[in-house]
Design a protein around this ligand. Structure first.
Ligand code: ADP
Ligand code: MG
Length: 704
């Protein structure tokens, strides 16, 4: 078995499971080796029933008392049974598993693992999400209920306790056990990638070997080992990213301005014609951009501004400056949905203000002939603006005189992309727009090659968004509220962490949740969904009809998190809010409150413990992305490294610039110190070659 081998070389992985792995973008043995767990599960000593905390995952050793009962409720077979230990009793509920009737024997002990809830206290009002299984104990007293617990035998559970168990992101049909087994095989049969960091550096930084880290990230023997393994892998990511970044910096710092510009009447008129006044922060950034583009050196500028601070109009202004100086401009977005939104926005501005843009769209899902037409227009110069995804700077695209590339909601425009354009005779100015709140110290490390502009002011007259953090029992009320807003003509987003059934059973998924909402809301309300696994053309279609108001409620994963602007949307409801980093929730919140109407955020917190509540409450207290990210980090502490990512938009697989800020700083110092030696010894070159040959995974090149 080799790293480049097809995954079907793994025993037990046939054609059928291969297609499932493909869905997760796993083609080769290497891909699976670098498919790190998204979470870990520790099987602790069983608790007693009296010690159970509602809402917390736990294991209980209990004796089955009496016969399990099965009853039919609509299309569900519900099995209930009581178990007890020396400290108390609780009820178990299973859905559509009637066969357990024969497995669970009265008088026998089993281990049950799940999340217990107290039920039967409240009257059910409105819509009930859970199938009505249990109505509390006979006297109407609250009862402790565990739904769908996993069942273990004594020795089975003992084995699980010995290791921390990996939990992988799954897809329907692929079990965690199947992935675990396949990874185990790789670790025992396949030669591991070479460790290309020099020994001296590893010792100095007290880092684990690469090989050991790759094993331990999947099957750690202890929490300490897991932390060390992760530290090594994160260090690797940051270190090579920063090494490559240094080249980029050297390449762009002093390059002269090949496309000098002058301020034009149109750019002045445009600002005056807008229906609103630009904020002082927007005007300041526009001045900075103008100074760059009319100055001596080529521009490399990052514009950071919180969600809703109005970055788009600043980008459009810069593009207008290029175009009115007779040059071409390009605007790239991370998703097609966002590209299409910008395209339509530009078309309508062009018409409204009679702007000289001749714009073409370029995305992956366009037909070949539409693409050819766009290429032709850009090469001939009959188009002076292109908007699209990465397709915009592919090899086939030739520009007549490209002078500015803007990337929206993307962290950088890579050296490689720049080199690629240069080889075709273009030396464009680069403007990078980002809403990710990054503290200045980190920004300097990560964007050493860029000048930084900050929009630190929101347009005036925005109504503050009203937030609430509530438990799942609030859902019926939330749905009533949603129905009310829709009836008033507004629109709603509902966010779930998962795409489809079978990924993580304890979390809400978009596909099933859409069904639940359709059932819970009046039939006149249009509910549709959107997620990252859909075809781009379908995503565009859904987004377009949401933008046009044809869809009232859009259920989505966080694909919606970047850049979307539908000012009529006033409610953002987030399921399993505890699963998201606060910075990410803040981004989601930024999708509403963009228009004249009062907007609302409803964060459903399914983990009803104190820490999660306290963490989510921060969102209530602040609307400042920088502050929120910092508080989140402070509250969770550096020990809490797994499960929650703060930022999805930097290309690091494991590393998180917030939670791993310490490692980032170390990597930055080490890169500074070692850059010269490693280059001399050809280490960087070897790293790149190995990555290109599929022997290791490295940071996304397009982002460097
Ligand atoms: P972001 O910075 O998150 O990309 P957008 O550029 O999408 O934000 O702007 C959000 C909304 O605010 C848009 O509807 C835009 O038209 C509007 N907007 C931008 N600048 C101003 C301003 N100075 N005053 C009022 N509204 C503005
Ligand atoms: Mg934006």
């Amino acid at each position: 078995m080799h790293l480049q081998s097809d995954i079907t070389t793994i025993k037990g992985v046939g054609e059928k499971s291969a297609t499932l792995f493909h869905k997760l973008h796993i083609e080769t043995v290497k891909d699976l080796l670098f498919f790190f767990p998204r979470d870990y599960e520790t099987f602790e000593e069983p608790a007693t029933i009296a010690d159970i905390q509602a809402g917390e995952l736990c294991t209980v050793r209990g004796m089955v008392t009496g016969q399990p009962l099965v009853k039919q409720v609509r299309n569900l077979k519900i099995l209930t049974v009581t178990v007890r230990d020396a400290t108390g009793s609780m009820q178990l509920t299973f859905f559509n598993m009637p066969f357990l009737k024969n497995t669970l024997k009265s008088g026998q002990f089993y281990l049950f693992r799940g999340t217990a809830q107290v039920k039967g206290q409240r009257k059910k009002a409105g819509i009930e999400m859970q199938p009505a299984g249990l109505q509390g104990s006979p006297l109407g007293m609250p009862a402790l209920v565990m739904e769908q617990p996993r069942i273990y035998k004594e020795d089975e559970y003992k084995n699980l306790m010995a290791f921390i168990q990996p939990r992988y992101s799954l897809t329907k049909g692929l079990t965690n056990l199947a992935v675990t087994k396949a990874v185990k095989q790789i670790l025992s049969l396949c030669p591991m990638p070479e460790d290309i960091l020099p020994k001296e550096l590893l010792e100095k930084e007290n880092l684990m070997s690469y090989k050991e880290a790759l094993c331990a990230i999947h099957f750690p023997e202890s929490r300490e080992q897991l932390i060390k393994a992760r530290e090594r892998l994160v260090f690797n990511e940051f270190f090579f990213f920063l090494l490559l970044l240094r080249d980029s910096k050297a390449a762009t710092m002093q390059e002269k301005n090949h496309t000098p510009m002058l301020e034009t009447a149109e750019t002045v008129r445009f600002i005056e014609a807008l229906p609103y006044k630009l904020t002082n922060a927007q005007l300041k950034v526009i001045e900075e951009i103008k100074a760059d583009m009319t100055g001596e050196h080529v521009m490399s500028r990052l514009v950071q501004g919180d969600v809703g601070s109005g970055k788009t109009i600043v980008a459009f202004w810069a593009l207008l400056l290029s175009v009115t100086n007779g040059y071409q401009g390009a605007l790239m977005a991370p998703t097609e949905v966002l590209a299409v939104q910008h395209y339509e926005n530009i078309l309508s501005l062009t018409k409204k203000y009679n702007l000289p843009f001749k714009t073409v769209l370029l995305t992956g899902s366009q037909t070949a002939s539409a693409k050819r037409e766009a290429y032709k227009a850009l090469e001939e110069g009959s188009a002076n603006l292109v908007i699209g995804t990465h397709a915009v700077i592919q090899d086939k695209v030739h520009f007549k005189n490209l002078a500015l590339v803007v990337t929206d909601e993307q962290h950088r425009f890579g050296v490689r992309q720049r080199e690629n354009l240069k080889s075709k005779g273009n030396h464009p100015h680069v403007l990078v727009m980002s809403a990710t709140p990054i503290p200045r110290t980190l920004a300097i490390i990560l964007y050493g090659d860029l000048q930084i502009s900050i929009i630190d002011e929101l347009p005036s007259g925005r109504k503050a968004i009203k937030n609430c953090v509530v438990g799942p029992s609030y859902r019926p009320k939330a749905y009533e509220f949603i129905a009310k807003e829709v009836n008033a003509g507004r629109q709603v987003y509902c966010i779930c962490p998962m795409v489809e059934e079978g990924e993580m059973d304890d979390l809400e998924n978009v596909v099933e949740y859409t069904e639940k909402l359709r059932a819970a809301l009046p039939a006149s309300i249009q509910v549709s969904y959107l997620h990252g696994k859909m075809r781009p053309a379908d995503k565009n279609r859904i987004m377009e009809s949401f933008g046009a108001g044809e869809i009232d409620v859009l259920v989505s994963t966080t694909v919606i998190e970047v850049g979307i602007n539908v000012p009529n949307a006033t409610v953002m409801m987030v399921e399993n809010a505890e699963r998201f980093g606060l910075a990410q929730l803040h981004q989601l919140r930024g999708r509403v409150g963009r228009g004249e109407h009062q907007s609302y955020c409803i964060f459903i917190n399914t983990k009803e413990n104190k820490e999660t509540k306290e963490r989510l409450e921060i969102l209530n207290r602040s609307n400042d992305g920088f502050f929120i990210a910092g508080e989140d980090l402070r509250l969770r502490g550096p020990g809490d490294l797994f499960g929650i990512r703060q930022s999805g938009d930097l290309a690091f697989k494991l590393g998180d610039i917030y939670t791993d800020a310490g490692i980032l700083k170390r990597a930055s110092e080490a890169a500074e110190k070692w850059a010269h030696t490693l280059r001399e010894n050809g280490v960087v070159e070897r790293y790149l070659t190995q990555a290109e040959n599929g022997l290791l995974e490295c940071v996304d090149f397009t982002t460097i």
